[in-house]
Write a protein that binds this ligand. Sequence first.
Ligand code: MN
Length: 223
Amino acid sequence: MMSVRTRTIVIGDIHGCLEELQDLLSATGAAPADQLICVGDLLGKGPDSGGVLRWAKGTPNLRCVLGNHEDRLLRAWRAGKTPDEKSSDTETARQLGASFGEAMQFVSEWPLFIEEDDFIVVHAGLDPKIAQLDRQSRETLLTIRTLQDGKTPWYEEYSGKKLVLFGHWPRPAPVRRTNAVGLDTGCVYGGSLAAMILPERRLVCVPARKSYRTKKDWPSELR
Ligand SMILES: [Mn+2]
């Protein structure tokens, strides 16, 4: 009998792009036997955060790490406020509608990282000077892009053996290094939605149907 090895499909920042998510699941041939992991920022900025959240809740083979957008929504929810810090959060809450509280309850269970024998999934990245994952600060895990010089990407100094899969920093193409893979390819800005299939490390990207943000909101990396 042939042994069937479980695949893990790690998915980049979805930001409410439900149609592209469905395209990506088709392109990867995702099946219930696969383990799915999202790098966080499933919600916010994009067209259908409610639909993406319903998909997440209804997908038992999925795990998610927390993204900074979910974290900001959670903080507002815990403070008993409708998010108003940024207009895109207000729009996200509107898309979630009556299920906002239920959504936040669900998201509040997401961890800051997932560590397996041969990989780590985290939203933004790691401080390369700190070897232990559980000693990384919440702020770092959710938001790091560069080191303190403001220009060196954190992963250029990361020397760990374990592969880190991350999102948070939209780029025209995935960041692909021996021990770090960046999967935010700016779908919500009209780029693409990326996934990496493990253990073979195959990248799959599907193009965005359109840009869901006006050009003035685009990060400089995508202009
Ligand atoms: Mn992010």
